[in-house]
Design a protein around this ligand. Structure first.
Ligand code: HAM
Length: 422
């Protein structure tokens, strides 16, 4: 048997898993202040949820989905992202009746069959939010600000992050712009890769995302949508920027930012971090005002973001930010000999029941080795129980900082430990 995790996946060992839990806790605290509630959707959906939502001509749908048939012949797909699922669930459960709104967040694994490299996995972890029901530019600015504040709360230094924003227009102005870009691609076919040439017919805006350096250089001269936005989209984009400016959120306008999903309308944004190499987008998102209708639901504006755990961790590491240390036991209860084993077992449990992190030996160690283990665990207090102490209903409390020892009653040991811990 092959005892290695599949290519593009990674076991989250305790050091990394602790960082993930820390990141989700910080998200829960911060997102709650902005009124977000948790939502958990299935890890797989009917394939159509993604093909319709994300778009047939995107790399995600065309190349990267884990699609399989179940035993009843249904086509199912492991979720490559969270937005499509959240919008599907919102529609299914009528979470946003007309005129109302909902703010939802999620955290969990996503799956994309990509070529693995630093910061790019086949199973990766995202934290995301979706704000449904509001078309106002203020909510765009709020969502963007939340993403910035989240990275700040984790400790990513502001000067190592760049926020890019753009407007993708809507059904009024984008079709004409798509035609303009398609014409540009056809006019520069000699300088573009085969795939970009095909994109003129399928999805011209994807050519802005091509990683081929020749294509990137050619597309740099392509017309930008910013100059061709309809009045409503231009006004919306301007209002988003006014709100960001009012909060002092620094951003760069990047008219070539199109993002890899077709559901976007109007505002899109991405945060890139230093020290990650080519996979430097730690989080991104945008508005998707037509997605709910795409699923047959009522017109419901929405927007959100998702951030990648692995890339955020790389950004924190490269900025020298320490990830949380393991939780430490406060007290170690050592046993002088076997006659007090059960009493030690009971005392450790009593301390834990009292809210104190307590540890004991489960490997028949000598007293000396138990002290060594306590040292390794870094406990501040060791309680030593021997037959003499036990007979007197007492235990010896050793403060590992001062090396002072005192006898305390077993019944009040928890209080004495707390007093020592301070
Ligand atoms: P996305 O840009 O495809 O957007 O992914 C968001 C983040 O997930 C990226 O910025 C990156 O940090 C991380 N990520 C994506 N692919 C990988 C991968 N293969 N390996 C490691 N990390 C990865 C979305 O998923 C949208 N659902 C965001 C959104 C929410 N838009 C509106 N609402």
């Amino acid at each position: 048997m092959n005892a290695r995790a599949p290519k593009g996946t990674a076991d989250m060992l305790p050091g990394v898993a602790r960082a993930w839990e820390h990141m989700t806790r910080v998200a829960q605290d911060l997102f709650a202040r902005y009124g977000y509630e948790p939502i958990y959707t299935p890890l797989f959906e009917h394939t159509e949820v993604f093909t319709r939502g994300i778009g047939e001509a995107t790399d995600i749908v065309a190349k990267e989905m884990y699609t399989f048939e179940d035993k009843a012949g249904r086509s199912l797909t492991l979720r490559p992202e969270g937005t499509a699922s959240v919008v599907r669930a919102t529609l299914e459960h009528t979470l946003v009746p007309q005129g109302s709104s909902a703010k939802l967040y999620y955290a969990g694994p996503m799956f994309r069959y990509e070529r693995p490299q630093k910061g790019r996995m086949r199973q990766f972890w995202q934290i995301g939010v979706e704000a449904l029901g509001s078309a106002e530019a203020s909510v765009d600015a709020e969502v963007i600000t939340l993403l910035v504040r989240y990275f700040e709360a984790l400790g990513v230094p502001g000067e190592r992050m760049t926020l890019l924003v753009n407007s993708m227009g809507d059904e009024a102005c984008r079709p004409a712009y798509r035609d303009t870009v398609a014409a540009f691609i056809r006019g520069h076919a000699a300088d573009l890769c085969d795939e970009c040439k095909r994109r003129a017919d399928t999805n011209p805006l994807r050519a802005f995302d091509c990683k081929n350096p020749g294509c990137a250089a050619t597309m740099a001269d392509a017309p930008v949508l910013r100059d061709e936005l309809c009045d409503e989209c231009a006004a919306h984009y301007a209002a988003v920027k006014v709100h960001l400016d009012a909060l002092g959120i620094a951003y760069i306008e990047e008219p070539k930012l199109v993002r890899g999903l077709d559901y976007y309308t109007r505002t899109v944004f991405e945060i890139q971090a230093e020290g990650l190499g080519s996979q430097n987008a730690i989080g991104g998102g945008g508005r998707y005002d037509r997605l709910m209708q795409e699923y047959g639901g009522p017109a419901t504006p929405g927007l959100g973001f998702a951030l990648g755990f692995e890339r955020t961790l790389l950004a924190l590491e490269s900025a020298g930010v320490e990830t949380p240390a393991p939780a430490r036991a406060d007290v170690y209860v050592a046993r002088v000999d076997d006659s007090v084993s059960e009493a030690v077992f009971g005392l450790v449990q009593a301390l834990r029941d009292d809210g104190i992190a307590a540890e004991m030996d489960h490997q028949a160690r000598s007293l000396k080795s138990q002290f060594k283990q306590a040292d390794r665990l870094g406990t501040r207090v060791v309680l030593v129980l021997g037959p003499d102490e036990f007979a007197a209903g007492e235990v010896t409390l050793r403060d590992m900082n001062t090396k002072e020892e005192t006898r305390v009653e077993i019944a009040t040991a928890a209080e004495a430990v707390r007093a020592t811990l301070g």
